[in-house]
Write a protein that binds this ligand. Structure first.
Ligand code: MF3
Ligand code: CO
Ligand code: CO
Length: 258
């Protein structure tokens, strides 16, 4: 069953989404050479609290950390450790925040200081693929229109989309229906309707699409060891343009100011 949100739900999703987007932005700015992923996670925890939220991830299926931090060939669900990130690494950060019972879910990949040209192209293509997907997220289209737009853009640029993990509906629960694959899977695909809130999230590998899970039980890595990137927004379907719910506060105030 796909949950349609009413105006009150939507207002609450805006609040949770803004908190998630703002925390993501703050944590992204905190990342610098020499900082450990544990320190990044603890900083994220403090920012989430500051914004009146709770981590949507901590304790979810026994997940042990506040955010997901995935470095280089790690795709998603990386754990906080004593590992210190270095200049040239790329870090995928995924933030889920609960405010008043509603969840915002958003992710971004950033370079630590700078990175090689392949990793930078991977980051740029993955981000653009997200916006290609979001552009299809309008009432009357189907989920597969989002999937196709993402897959096409990624593959035209020579990269591959991960199959094992997908986007999803989001609301009071982190993973609601429908699933939103980043590829065309040939299954029947629900029609998009105003009031759906969806987490659209391409996970893109520089090399082959296959992934495996490390022995820690969580960290998903590219099997071929090549870098991977991840971008995600929570989006509201409307009769017109999709509304991105996970922009940081600062972007919203600058939009208002014109
Ligand atoms: N945020 C992830 C997603 O986008 C889910 C993380 S689940 C966790 O769907 F347990 F790893 F936190
Ligand atoms: Co996420
Ligand atoms: Co998600």
């Amino acid at each position: 069953m796909i949950v349609l949100k009413n105006e009150r739900d939507i207002e609450a999703m805006r609040v949770a989404g803004t908190a998630a987007g703002t925390v993501l932005d703050e944590v992204a700015m905190f990342i610098a050479p020499g900082v450990s992923t544990r320190e990044i996670d603890l900083y994220a925890a403090s920012r989430i609290k500051q914004h009146g939220g709770k981590s949507a991830f901590l304790g979810y299926r026994k997940y042990p950390d506040h955010v997901c931090i995935s470095v280089n060939e790690e795709v998603v669900h990386g754990l906080a450790t004593e590992r210190r990130v270095q200049f040239g690494d790329i870090v995928s950060l995924d933030v889920g925040v609960v405010v008043n019972g509603y969840i915002g879910d958003t992710a971004r990949t950033v370079a630590v200081g700078g990175c090689d040209l392949l990793s930078q192209k991977l980051i740029d293509v993955t981000e653009k693929a997200l916006y290609e997907g979001i552009a299809q997220a309008v009432a009357g289209n189907r989920v597969v229109d989002i999937s196709r737009a993402i897959q096409t853009y990624v593959e035209v640029n020579g990269f591959s989309v991960v199959r094992e993990f997908v986007g999803h509906g989001v609301g009071k629960r982190m993973h609601e229906e429908p699933q939103i694959p980043n590829f065309v899977d040939g299954k029947s695909s629900p029609k998009l309707r105003a009031g759906m809130t969806l987490a659209i999230e391409p996970m893109v590998n520089a090399g082959r699409p296959e992934v495996q899970i490390l022995s820690d039980g969580w960290t998903v890595v590219a099997r071929d060891g090549k870098p991977s990137a991840h971008f995600e927004h929570t989006v509201l379907i409307t009769e017109k343009e999709p509304e991105i719910l996970t922009w940081p506060e600062k972007r919203q105030s600058s939009l208002k100011a014109g």
